[in-house]
Structure formats: structure tokens, C-alpha cells
Ligand binder design. Structure first.
Ligand SMILES: NC(=O)c1ccc[n+]([C@@H]2O[C@H](COP(=O)([O-])OP(=O)(O)OC[C@H]3O[C@@H](n4cnc5c(N)ncnc54)[C@H](OP(=O)(O)O)[C@@H]3O)[C@@H](O)[C@H]2O)c1
Length: 312
């Protein structure tokens, strides 16, 4: 049984390190990595990097066609590993269960499950099955996927669940998770609900780490940084315009933005590290709410109730 320590050693990497830097010299042949959101941004770069190092990446995109296109875009002669592209619309919880069934049928351990797909919602409220869309896609769909595939992760000699969260989890003026308004019907702001969904990501990794205690598997969450990706396209024009013009020079490139995910996915230094939050390739402090075990427990139970029809 792994002893899970609370302090990760200094990685030797930092805010300018790239995905290539953190994976240099690593051989991922024989490792299977399932990654959601492989068709764009941080996910596409993560898939490219991990497959280049020899990993088998099960790349999940919104549709089979999009996943196929992403796979073709990263495949070249330098790639030591390979990609299995699969389509899954994460808004459709039944499709998430179908995805898990397909993956279980491959009959192989999952060494790393990377919950990366995410949206920053539109200014106008959107609801999926009675739940605000960002909470549904960013949190609940991954909550289902983790539940469905956890046995496969535990089959790996040292399985890892990695959840791409965000420092935006600190923007939760509703007191963390507003359980009385998960539909958004009693008041909605895209940025606040994005923050809430990202806090849910961190609390899920924290609670999952407790469930995995006594096994060899680990769970951690991360902030990738402020990265030049498509995620900002739903912002209103008055914010998106200045963001593109003024903030662009301060944003991370894709390769730097994917570094912390790739570090968590591959570093031998992290074998015993679980329940932590990372940024710039090192441990970081989430907000006090992100360390609140009572809130994590309540979120876990609420999520189980909300998606009970889709759990194993
Ligand atoms: N960029 C940043 O500055 C930043 C900062 C903090 C955290 N993050 C987090 O990083 C993660 C990756 O985001 P990104 O910045 O790389 O954004 P991105 O370029 O927009 O990529 C998001 C990925 O998630 C997929 N996705 C979204 N909704 C989906 C759905 N309903 N079903 C299936 N796939 C879906 C997208 O597919 P489509 O292309 O088909 O939409 C895309 O592949 C997210 O969890 C985000 O919250 C990003």
C-alpha cells in the first residue's frame, strides 16, 4: 500500500516550463492515458506530448469526427505512442456511461485519467437536466466518468486521476457551492458559476484521494495558468476583445499551459502524492473552501444523488 505524503518535492520546473521540458527523457510505452477535451487547447497539447513519449492516449472529443481530426493533427513520424480517438458529448450523461463501457471493453488498466474538458459558460444561463451547464459539464460528467472507470485506474500499478481545475475556483462569492441554486434559476453569472464548477473539481480530487487512501492510486487537481485557448470564446465581446488584445502577451502558450498536466501525469516524484492542488508544476494552495472537507463530503453526496442513474 502506498503511503500518501502531503508534501510534493520541488519539481525543478516552474511557470515557464513546457510540456516537453517536464516529459523529457520519459518513456511512456505501455501506459494508457484517457484524456477528455483532446480536440483543442491544453488537451490537444497534452495528447500530443504524452503520445510523443510513447503513451497510448485514449483521446476523447465531443464527436468521433472531432476526435479523429485531433488524432490526425498530432500524428507524425516522431510519435512513439499512439492515439485511440473516441467521441463523447459530455453534456449527455448516458454518452459518458457508453464511453466508459467502450473503454472497459478494451480490457486494460488506465494508468492516468485526465479530466480536462471544460467550458466557460455563455452570459445567458443554459441548463442541462435541471443543472447549470458548467457544473454539469465541468464537474458532473467527470464525476460520472471517474466513478465508471475507477476500477480500471486501480488496476494500474500506480493509477492517477488528474482534474484540470482553475484558480478561478477562488471566485465563488456564493460561499463555495450554492447547493440551493445548482440550476442557476435563482440567479446566474457565468464567471461565478465557472468558479463554482472549478471549486467542485478541486473538492472532487480531494475527496477522491481520501477514497483511494490505502490503494496505489492517487488523485490531484491543477491550475494550468492563464493560457491562450478557445475557452474564452463565450465571454461577452466587451471582455473578449480587450482580452485578445491586451492580455495575450501575458498568457501562456499551449506548451507551457499543458506542462502542469503533463507533469502530474508522468512524474515519478508524485507516486505518493494525492489530494493536492498544483500550479506551475508545483504544489499550490487552493482557497480555504478548496480545503474544506465538510464541503467536499457534501458535494460528493449531492453529486451521487444528482447522477445516481449513471453510476455503477
Ligand atoms: N485556458 C485557460 O486559461 C484555463 C485556465 C484555467 C483552467 N482551464 C481549464 O483547462 C481545461 C481545458 O480548457 P482549454 O483552456 O484548453 O479550453 P479549450 O481550448 O476550449 O478546450 C476545451 C476542450 O473541452 C472540450 N469540451 C467542452 N465541452 C465539451 C462537451 N460538452 N463535450 C465534450 N467535450 C467538450 C472542447 O471540445 P470542443 O472543441 O468540441 O468544444 C475542447 O476539446 C478546462 O477544464 C478549463 O476550465 C483553462
Amino acid at each position: 500500500m502506498a503511503h500518501k505524503s502531503v508534501e510534493a518535492p520541488y519539481s525543478g520546473f516552474g511557470r515557464r516550463s513546457t510540456a516537453e521540458d517536464v516529459t523529457a527523457g520519459l518513456d511512456l510505452r505501455g501506459k494508457t492515458i484517457l484524456l477528455t477535451g483532446c480536440t483543442s487547447g491544453i488537451g490537444l497539447e497534452t495528447m500530443k506530448t504524452l503520445a510523443k513519449c510513447g503513451g497510448h492516449v485514449i483521446g476523447v472529443g465531443r464527436t468521433q469526427k472531432k476526435a479523429d481530426m485531433a488524432w490526425r493533427s498530432v500524428s507524425d513520424s516522431n510519435m512513439e505512442g499512439y492515439v485511440t480517438p473516441i467521441g463523447c458529448e459530455l453534456e449527455d450523461f448516458g454518452a459518458v456511461v457508453d464511453l466508459a463501457e467502450k473503454v472497459r471493453a478494451m480490457n486494460m488498466p488506465i494508468d492516468t485519467l485526465i479530466c480536462n474538458a471544460g467550458i466557460l459558460g455563455r452570459p445567458k444561463l443554459e441548463i442541462i437536466k435541471g443543472i447549470e451547464k458548467q457544473f454539469a459539464v465541468n464537474h458532473l460528467s467527470h464525476f460520472i466518468l471517474i466513478n465508471q472507470l475507477l476500477d480500471q485506474v486501480k488496476l494500474s500499478p500506480q493509477g492517477r486521476v488528474i482534474i484540470v481545475a482553475s484558480d478561478a475556483h477562488k471566485n465563488t462569492p456564493m460561499g463555495g457551492i450554492d447547493f440551493s441554486n445548482l440550476s442557476g434559476g435563482n440567479g446566474y453569472s457565468a464567471l461565478k458559476f465557472y468558479g463554482q464548477s472549478k471549486l467542485a473539481n478541486i473538492l472532487t480530487a480531494r475527496k477522491l484521494a481520501q477514497h483511494l487512501s490505502g490503494t496505489e492510486a492517487t488523485a490531484n487537481a491543477l491550475h494550468p495558468g492563464f493560457v491562450r485557448t478557445n475557452i474564452f470564446h463565450n465571454l461577452p465581446t466587451f471582455l473578449n476583445g480587450p482580452l485578445k488584445l491586451l492580455a495575450r502577451p501575458f498568457m501562456k502558450s499551449l506548451s507551457v499551459g499543458a506542462a502542469t498536466t503533463c507533469y502530474l501525469a508522468t512524474s515519478p516524484k508524485l507516486v505518493q502524492i494525492s489530494g493536492q492542488y498544483f500550479s506551475n508544476c508545483n504544489m499550490a494552495n487552493p482557497s480555504a473552501l478548496g480545503r474544506n472537507d465538510a464541503l467536499a463530503q457534501r458535494l460528493w453526496e449531492t453529486s451521487e444523488n444528482l447522477v445516481s442513474d449513471y453510476l455503477r
